[in-house]
Design a binder for this molecule. Sequence first.
Ligand SMILES: *Cc1c(COP(=O)(O)O)cnc(C)c1O
Length: 312
Amino acid sequence: MSQAAKNTTPDITPNSEQNSSDSNGFPYRVPEHFLQQIDHSNPQDPLLKQVKPSRLEEVTTLGFSKDPVEDLDSNPIPSLIHKYHGRVLLIASPKCDIHCRYCFRRHFPYSEQSNLRHWQKAIEYIKTNQSVHEVILSGGDPMALGEKVLVKLINQVESIAHVKTLRIHSRTPVAAPDKAPFQAFVSWAQQSKLNKVLVVHCNHPNELSDQTQKLFTSYKQAGITLLNQSVLLKEVNDSIDILEALSHKLFSQGVLPYYLNQLDRVQGSAHFEVDDETAIELHNKLKRRLAGYLVPKLVKDIPNQGSKTALC
Ligand SMILES: *Cc1c(COP(=O)(O)O)cnc(C)c1O
């Protein structure tokens, strides 16, 4: 870590044994690369705000819950969530190298849900459900599995004939490109006949660096479609200029904007919420500034809807 980072934010250090301390039941974790993207002279830095624990997380807010998207109601077997037609989501890893303070799975019962011994049952479930053509690896962060284990899991998914698309949802390529799976993963992608989609998670243009650019280029050359989802976050990216810049920078790095998610109302995250009216207004302005393909869909995860709900 740079000396500057050390001096100005003694309470924010990269992942290590020392920072595994508990903070409102959700320990703080930040990888080195993400830390380096923070302007440590700015206490209002939009990246710092995403990862620095706050007393506001202790506030209990009406309408906010531990399972805001009701994932556990669509959970036929541990580690597998089957909510939407044709695609299932596999909680591939409980671990994530970055703990975003607004994380909607911060209270998720990972110890019961995500365990390598559940994989076989999940694979069996997919095998017996012919309608499943897309498998989404999520978490935690599936890329936190390490590439050997990740590729092993992917190979099991690929062995199911009716699965056509493998999608990975991960924050690692943005938050810690140096830790992202590389050689074995890229080799797998180059020869795989599956449709391959990687949905990264980036909220602010400052999160993108030369390192993310390099990684995305390698992934893209290996035939992976790159998309991004963001969460609309108060005082982080609830600004037309920032959202516009984010779309342009993502595209210049080979990534298309996919979703702009309204915050999932998980207990402890109310201070990040942007109300729907403001969100829709921002999105309308964004449409007037950007080419259609650079405008992410503004969506909300409302339980029992059969898909994410478009807000406009
Ligand atoms: C968001 C989500 C998906 C993927 O939805 P898409 O609209 O296809 O991106 C799948 N399963 C679950 C449980 C989800 O929350």
